[in-house]
Ligand binder design. Structure first.
Ligand SMILES: *Cc1c(COP(=O)(O)O)cnc(C)c1O
Length: 466
């Protein structure tokens, strides 16, 4: 036995290093709802601690965990809390974090049923649950990936494979050189990860036929070009700025008549389908062929967790095709046939835990409340001279501007410096804007009010500087 082996056996038997990590984690949870949402300047400066050459000899495990706590924890953003409104970042349902902690000890690889029967079972179960939550047809299959970037990639890969197959072109075998041209139709406000996937899939940004969007960022269905059986139409459930939803029913109907493929990027917005009051937003999504959705955003599972859904199992599994003499294909679900990766951590465990804990009613309550808090944000900000809400707050996103781009930028800087909450900036319809995303189960009416107060004091500071 080597010295390092002896050391590791003793860590495992003694267990105190795990206890230490767990107790630090609990201290973090005690503070995360109150603490500064973004790290202090000092905490960020202290990160130089990590700038060192890799040590030659072993480290002490307890010292290592201490250092991680001492220098690492203060330099985190309080995404777990209720006042992080940046990008579209979800918190974590407590029991989902607990399930993740437990499954960390199991260290499962969800590639195959032959490796982890548990992961295979939970993936099969959750796949069915998701179809019922989103009200999708029974033949839809799911792949459990890292996020919607990868889910968009998978959905578009399935579409590419299917449309080319219809042209008698096996893209896995023959590649894209000399392949029949495919067309891509999407709105001008398609998410950057959709464009990235189009690039990665070799389809080329120059082949995108952009359709103009309306004042809320929705694709103008009346301006769609004629579609055909070589076209991929990419729609959006939840515009990343305004939170708006495309008109799925008319576009999907048109696409189906033309035998085109429709993919919906529903990273955070697809969850509106699970809320009674908001379900009208996702009307017609069941007519699409593939969907991307995140669990780590609106559903508040721990990072990272995204899902690709596809109504054509053959297209998805062909697109992500792999083979090898050593693979063991089982009667049960082998997760790797639905994702680009072979080895994957069993993120399904946290997803299962979040859904099981919340139930349909809990998802409705939790996501519905995000909408209510977003509306509160919009209403309180509209009451303050100097802020203007630019979007219809149909879901969880609020887009706000001040009287000039310069002022908006300065206000964002001050809000970020106050650290009561965290919001980012964006450019929307040619204007600099503050983008608010309410995406945490932990956001309360008080969180919104105290954040609005920080907006107001930041506006005063910014105005004084001009
Ligand atoms: C966040 C987001 C993505 C990318 O998802 P990741 O989980 O960050 O990979 C794609 N589309 C939309 C609309 C998003 O909001």
């Amino acid at each position: 036995m080597t010295e390092i082996q002896r050391k590791m056996f003793s860590e495992m038997a003694d267990q105190s290093v795990y206890d230490r990590a767990l107790s630090f984690g609990k201290v973090y949870l005690d503070e995360v709802l109150q603490r500064n949402v973004f790290p202090t300047d000092e905490a960020i400066q202290n990160l130089v601690f990590f700038d060192e050459e890799l040590n030659e000899s072993h480290s002490d495990s307890h010292q290592l965990i201490n250092d991680l706590q001492h220098y690492g924890a203060p330099a985190t953003s309080a995404i777990m809390g209720g006042r992080y409104f940046g990008f579209v970042n979800g918190s974590a349902v407590p029991v989902a974090t607990a399930a993740k902690v437990l499954s960390t000890f199991w260290d499962q690889n969800s590639a195959m049923d032959a490796i982890s029967p548990l992961a295979s079972k939970l993936e099969s179960v959750v796949e069915k649950w998701l179809l019922s939550v989103f009200r999708l047809p029974p033949q839809v299959v799911a792949g459990f990936v890292s996020g919607s970037s990868m889910a968009n990639f998978c959905g578009l890969a399935a579409g590419r494979c299917h449309l080319l197959q219809n042209q008698n072109w096996d893209v896995n075998k023959r590649g894209l050189f000399n392949a029949p041209l495919l067309r891509i139709v999407t709105g001008r406000e398609a998410h950057s990860t959709v464009l990235k996937s189009i690039g990665l899939l070799g389809l080329g940004h120059d082949h995108i036929e952009y359709v103009d969007t309306d004042s809320q960022g929705r694709i103008r269905a009346d301006l769609l070009p004629p579609l055909d059986n070589r076209t991929m139409v990419i729609l959006q459930a939840g515009n990343v700025n305004s939170g708006s939803f495309d008109a799925f029913e008319p576009v999907c109907t048109q696409a189906r008549e033309a035998v085109a493929w429709v993919h919906i990027d529903g990273a955070f917005g697809l969850w509106a389908a699970a809320v009674k009051n908001l379900a009208h937003l996702t009307k017609g999504i069941e007519l699409a062929h593939s969907w991307a959705v995140d669990a780590h955003k609106t559903l508040n599972t721990p990072y990272d967790s995204g899902i690709v859904l596809c109504a054509n199992k053959e297209a998805l599994t062909n697109a992500l095709h792999m083979s090898g003499a050593y693979l063991m294909v089982s009667k049960e679900r082998d997760g790797m046939f639905y994702t680009p990766e072979m080895s994957r951590r069993a993120r399904i465990i946290e997803l299962w835990a979040a859904l099981k804990y919340l139930g349909k009613h809990g998802v409705d309550e939790m996501v519905g409340e995000m909408h209510v808090r977003a509306r509160q944000f919009a209403q309180e900000l509209s009451g303050i001279e100097g802020f203007r809400v630019l979007n219809d707050v149909v879901f969880n996103q609020v887009v706000v501007s001040c009287n000039s781009d310069t002022l908006t930028n300065k206000v964002i800087e001050h809000i970020q410096r106050e650290r009561v909450c965290w919001v980012g900036g964006s450019t929307w319809r040619g204007k600099k804007v503050i983008r608010i995303s309410v995406c945490s189960w932990a956001t309360t009416a008080r969180d919104v009010s105290s954040s609005v107060a920080s907006f107001q004091s930041s506006l005063q500071k910014a105005q004084a500087e001009l």
